[in-house]
Design a protein around this ligand. Structure first.
Ligand SMILES: [Zn+2]
Ligand SMILES: [Zn+2]
Length: 375
């Protein structure tokens, strides 16, 4: 089949910026040097523009995982334009289709099933989906956001002023306009491009799948480090309305920290999280599937699978009981009930269920490693 025509603007932007970053900047550095101010500004703008994509384009606008004050939205819209990845409206429209039709080679605009190169950058080089290029019908909600429409209608201007105006001005203050534009403008832009493209490419190829294997998305802590926390992509694809991608406190997710940090000063609110119970059950269901697959090829498969199934059923039952008790306890704490007999009873029951869930989890874990050994 003949490939669709090239989108020359995109091809040229990628080639020219990469050539300047990887050939031009080293030559410039060798001849004129780079100072620490330029490096510092480049690092700052790397995080600012990268996280405008992850916290803004992605978690705020595409998935509506939280609400943000108008000042935050304007800042993120400018930072996102500076990252040169098209307007919020366009990006979100593509991204919502990516989630809805993930891995569908005909519909997913950057389907990982079409290969690493295609998912990383190839999808932007040709008119693969020319028909729906300006169809934003899946983003009607975003069309009501004045900041989104302002950025969409003036995208080119905002992008140019942000990229050359801000870096040029800072360069002028620092006494070297071109040096600053090269390092904090172009080199930074190319780096942000590729680390954010990793989320569509590597995060669908490299890592593990603790929550679902219905799609190619992976969790990967190393990748999270380079992608402002978006490396926990397996979690993200199953619970996309959660403002976190790395859900544990120790998982590197600066985008989550930024959103949560802004909520402390009242600039963001209504941060949405998936209930812990659903997360735990998704993980257990995946473990059940894996353990059954391993057990099915063993000589005593029938007996083993029965044990696995009954332990799993017990685990799910314990989880349901525990989370129901926790809910009761929370409700009681919110209401003004004093420490009467009833509240003591609820507390006692909660602790009991917590313990039996912990025990069952331990048994489940042992069973997992057992079937690992035998496999
Ligand atoms: Zn997403
Ligand atoms: Zn994805």
């Amino acid at each position: 089949m003949k490939k669709p025509p090239l989108i020359m603007t995109n091809v040229l932007v990628f080639i020219v910026t990469a050539a300047i970053a990887f050939i031009g900047v080293p030559i410039w550095a060798a001849n004129f040097g780079i100072d620490w101010t330029e490096v510092g500004v480049a690092i700052f703008l790397f995080y600012f523009t990268g996280m405008s994509i992850t916290a803004g384009y992605h978690r705020l606008w595409s998935h509506k995982t939280y609400d943000a004050n108008v000042v935050v939205r304007v800042v993120l819209a400018i930072g996102g334009a500076m990252a040169l990845q098209n307007s919020i409206l366009h990006w979100s429209s593509d991204h919502r289709i990516h989630h809805r039709h993930v891995d569908d080679n005909d519909k997913d605009p950057y389907s990982a099933k079409k290969g690493l190169w295609f998912a990383h950058i190839g999808w932007m080089l040709r008119e693969y989906q020319a028909k729906r290029y300006s169809d934003y019908s899946n983003c009607k909600d975003l069309q009501k956001d004045k900041v989104v429409m302002w950025q969409h209608n003036h995208y080119l201007r905002i992008m140019l002023v942000a990229n050359f105006g801000i870096t040029g001005f800072l360069g002028w203050l620092n006494g070297d306009i071109l040096g600053m534009i090269l390092v904090a403008g172009v080199l930074r832009l190319v780096l942000v491009h590729h680390v954010t493209f990793f989320i569509n490419s590597l995060a669908h190829f490299w890592g593990n799948q603790p929550y679902t294997d219905n799609n190619t998305a992976r969790d990967n802590g190393i990748l999270a480090f380079f992608t402002f926390g978006e490396g926990y992509h397996n979690y993200h694809h199953i619970f996309e309305y959660d403002y976190r991608n790395g859900i544990r406190w120790y998982q590197f997710d600066p985008t989550k920290w930024l959103i949560a940090g802004l909520s402390f000063v009242g600039l963001t609110k209504n941060l949405r999280r998936c209930p812990e119970e659903r997360i735990e059950k998704a993980r257990a269901a995946m473990q059940l599937q894996r353990a059954s697959e391993k057990a099915s090829v063993l000589p005593n498969a029938d007996e083993l699978m029965q044990t696995i199934q009954s332990e799993y059923d017990l685990l799910i039952q314990r989880m349901s009981e525990y989370y129901a008790a926790r809910k009761r306890l929370m409700r009681m704490k919110h209401s003004s009930l004093k420490r009467n007999l009833e509240s003591l009873e609820v507390m006692y029951k909660y602790k009991e269920l917590k313990q039996s869930l912990a025990l069952q989890k331990e048994k489940w874990l042992q069973l997992q490693s057992l079937s690992f050994q035998m496999a």
